[in-house]
Ligand binder design. Structure first.
Ligand SMILES: *Cc1c(COP(=O)(O)O)cnc(C)c1O
Ligand SMILES: [Zn+2]
Length: 408
């Protein structure tokens, strides 16, 4: 296997058991917990100076902190996205600086590419011929693209509510797409998950690249934190606001922030704020209740149009809540109306295109600033997890509503 020098295997976040990368591929063989790539940090031969000499060209430039080598990576040039200054938003929020990490610049238009690049690389390293997952949409499209790149077959399960672009491009990349019917008129990611689980029973050789089933998606997404910190010259910002669904990116970024703090590149963690839609906010509810894990919502309780974060049962909530609390961050929910207003404000004030889901971060930052959580000298980073053009219908429809002066 093409593993990197410092990578020593997988550690279960629940029982703490360590496993060899050759034998463990997905969840913990002992307790079914989430497996997390582990490193011998003394063997990490990388410094900010070394990085400064490397081209800013892909997330694999951090290969010393990733499980697999850049040479072995299934890559489409993901990562190395811009961190764009947003002076008009900073002024409107009353904070020192707002920076937007523009993940819409990724090959398939979202940060899901980072996770699928790492997970598809693992699939190839394990000799898989097929990958499979269910998704709200963007991860399915990304999986189809990376499978095509690696010459694997992809089996993608999406709920009917997934966006047209995501469904269409999944098929354009040649994947086998199953769209679960809205049996009760309200098909959610869980219905797609049931169809996926049934297919996995029949095809135990398919290699799952599903959220927190593969140990490698959050590992790929952790490079977002490495980039943000490097782009800020290893000065830690006051907040990172992240549109949170399953929490893969938030957990991954928090892991990277811990790693570089322990390596001595920074002196503190990245304060991580989870932004959700009020129509599906299990993490915000758990955070406010002081709970260690979420209460799942029933499918018919999900009332947001923000597909990427319409995750009623985020299984990794203990890790998300721990990351938020350990990093001294927070959690915030906004209505769809506020979220879509924020998307349009970003597009008009800064010229930047943010997806409907992603605008939860902008709306959340406005709320946190208004509540006094952010001060006039603070630097606030917004994660734009995906491109605006993935959600044109939702954004355009909102213009009409907003101009009617329409409340919901
Ligand atoms: C998947 C997705 C999210 C949520 O990501 P997690 O890391 O699973 O919380 C947010 N925004 C967009 C655009 C997504 O596709
Ligand atoms: Zn375990």
């Amino acid at each position: 296997m093409h593993t990197t020098t410092a990578f020593i295997g997988l550690r279960c976040v629940d029982c703490g058991e360590a496993f060899d990368v050759e034998t463990a591929t997905h969840r913990c063989p002992d307790c079914d917990g989430i497996l997390d790539p582990a490193y011998d940090y003394d063997a990490v031969d990388l410094t900010p100076d070394t990085l400064a000499d490397r081209p800013f060209d892909s997330m694999w430039r951090y290969e010393e902190l990733l499980p697999f080598t850049r040479e072995a990576a299934v890559s489409l040039g993901e990562g190395a996205t811009p961190l764009v200054e947003c002076p008009a938003l900073a002024e409107a929020m009353g904070v020192g600086r707002v920076l937007l990490k523009d993940e819409g610049m990724n090959p398939t238009g979202t940060f899901k590419d980072r996770g699928q690049s790492a997970a598809t690389t693992a699939a190839v390293e394990h000799g898989a011929s097929d990958v499979a997952l269910n998704s709200a949409g963007n991860a399915g499209q990304a999986a189809a693209a990376y499978a095509a790149r690696a010459d694997l077959d992809a089996h993608v399960y999406l709920p009917a509510r997934a966006g047209f672009t995501q469904k269409a491009m999944t098929e354009v990349h040649g994947a086998d797409l199953t769209v679960t019917d809205p049996i009760d008129g309200n098909s959610q990611i869980g219905d797609a998950g049931a169809a996926y689980a049934e297919a996995m029973e029949e095809h135990p050789d398919w290699y799952s690249t599903k959220t927190f089933v593969t140990p490698y998606r959050h590992e790929g997404k952790k490079t977002m934190a490495l980039e943000v910190l490097e782009q800020l010259d290893w000065e830690v910002p006051d907040a990172v606001v992240y549109p949170t669904g399953g929490g893969v990116g938030l957990v991954g970024m928090h892991k990277a922030a811990r790693e570089v703090r322990d390596l001595g590149w920074t002196d503190e963690l990245l304060p991580m704020y989870a932004a959700q839609a009020a129509g599906c906010a299990p993490i915000v509810d758990a955070y406010e209740a002081g709970a260690d894990r979420h209460e799942p919502l029933a499918d018919d309780e999900v009332t947001t149009a923000c597909n990427g974060i319409a995750i009623p049962d985020p299984g990794a909530s203990p890790l998300i809540l721990e990351a938020i609390r350990e990093s001294d961050g927070g959690a915030v929910a906004n209505t769809d109306h506020e979220i879509l207003d924020a998307a349009i404000e970003v597009a008009r004030a800064e010229g930047l295109e943010v997806g409907a889901t992603c605008a939860a971060a902008a709306a959340g930052a406005f709320t946190l600033a208004a509540e006094g959580e952010f001060g006039p000298d603070d630097t606030v980073v917004l994660l734009n997890t995906g491109a605006g053009n993935k959600d044109v219908d939702t954004l355009r429809a909102h213009l009409g509503e907003a101009e009617d002066g329409g409340e919901e």
